[in-house]
Write a protein that binds this ligand. Structure first.
Ligand code: ATP
Ligand code: MG
Ligand code: FE
Length: 336
């Protein structure tokens, strides 16, 4: 079984060929970061234009690198949400066109399901599992009782984790997207600022990062006003420690309520070394029977291989779309 998968929900144009949901034959990723950096974030119109320019070449490269033709394919899969509507539409239109031109079934995929299924390239998934999905737009705890079934048990009340990294990165003068650099700075610094740990005592599973972000910004501005210079690495380390404390704390509460054999860490922030290490240590201490699955860094960010892996499950369930498939920018797991 061969799936040609498309991902264009944000600022990466990606096309992949995935075999049996487990083997990546190709995974072409064209990033647009340099076009957006000078604006400090993704500009939707610019993103759509780049997707249009890149998608044909990415498709050709994906097929070429995989060594397959349309005649070899079983299906075409595409992210149809959540994401930027203009960006999503480029992938959806390309996938629809190719599926119908070549008589292939079309599989609509939820981008967040894709992030979780990136873990499928690490090990076979066993259910029930718990996923901590931390990305540029989402911070969620998701219980999966079976393949393709998602229940959100914890969500952010304000900023997403990646978004918080990008916003405080701006204050530190780090170019967008700031997560990777702030992570590196954090490793060179020490947790010397006492930033707030939101909702640390409550036993609900929701996240909040806006209080932390404000505390961070206030600290930096106050120092500026009195002409004091703060250690940027220590600021990054203190911010990261507060983020990790909250993410790990809530995940442990979730595991007490939903014991599972596998914890999946997914989304762009899953590349964070401190977060991975902290989760691993917490599991070893409290849930030694739970295994942490983290995709390799090239699969934690947006890519089409993860969409191909999630599509494999939808193919088994014969969840196909027709030519009326549309982009759903606010897609959530209830639709999926
Ligand atoms: P969503 O998946 O919610 O639609 P998105 O696709 O834009 O949003 P991803 O591409 O999954 O998000 O992740 C990008 C985010 O990951 C950015 O906010 C970036 O700063 C963050 N990030 C990347 N590497 C790291 C890291 N090492 N530490 C922390 N954050 C990181
Ligand atoms: Mg991105
Ligand atoms: Fe994403």
């Amino acid at each position: 079984e061969l799936i040609l998968a498309f991902e264009s929900s944000c600022d990466e144009t990606s096309v992949a060929v995935v075999q049996d949901g487990t083997q990546i034959l190709s995974n072409i990723i064209a990033t647009q970061i340099h076009s957006h950096q000078r604006f400090g974030g993704v500009v939707p119109e610019v993103a759509s234009r780049h997707h249009v320019e890149q998608i044909t070449e990415c498709t050709d490269l994906a097929l070429q690198e995989a060594g397959v033709t349309y005649a070899d394919l079983t299906a075409v899969a595409v992210t149809y949400g959540p994401g930027l509507v203009g960006s999503l539409l480029i992938g959806v239109t390309a996938a629809k066109t190719l599926a119908f031109a070549h008589g292939l079934p079309l599989i609509p995929v939820n981008h967040m399901a894709g992030h979780i299924y990136a873990a499928r390239f690490v090990a076979p998934l066993t259910y029930p599992l718990l996923a901590l999905v931390v990305s540029g737009g989402h911070t969620e705890l998701v219980v999966m009782r079976a393949a393709g079934e998602y229940e959100i048990i914890g969500d952010t009340r304000d900023d997403a984790a990646g978004e918080a990294y990008d916003k405080i990165g701006r204050v530190l003068g780090v170019p967008y997207p700031a997560g990777k650099t702030v992570d590196e700075m954090a490793h060179a610094g020490h947790d010397t600022f006492d930033f707030p740990r939101a909702m640390h005592d409550s036993d609900d599973l929701d996240f909040s990062f806006s209080g932390l972000k404000s505390a961070f910004i206030n600290t930096v501005h106050h120092a500026d006003q009195i002409g004091e210079t703060l250690d940027r690495n220590d600021l990054a380390a203190s911010f990261q420690a507060a983020v990790i404390d909250q993410l790990v704390g809530k995940t442990l509460i979730a595991l007490r309520q939903h014991p599972v054999a596998q914890l999946v860490l997914a989304g762009g922030v899953a590349a964070n070394r401190g977060l991975k290490a902290a989760l691993e240590a917490a599991l070893a201490r409290e849930f030694p029977e739970t295994t942490l699955l983290v995709p390799p860094v090239r699969l934690t960010g947006d890519n089409a291989a993860m969409i191909g892996a999630a599509a494999h499950i939808e193919l088994a369930h014969q969840h196909f779309a027709d030519a009326t498939l549309n982009a759903v920018p606010g897609l959530n797991f209830q639709h999926a």
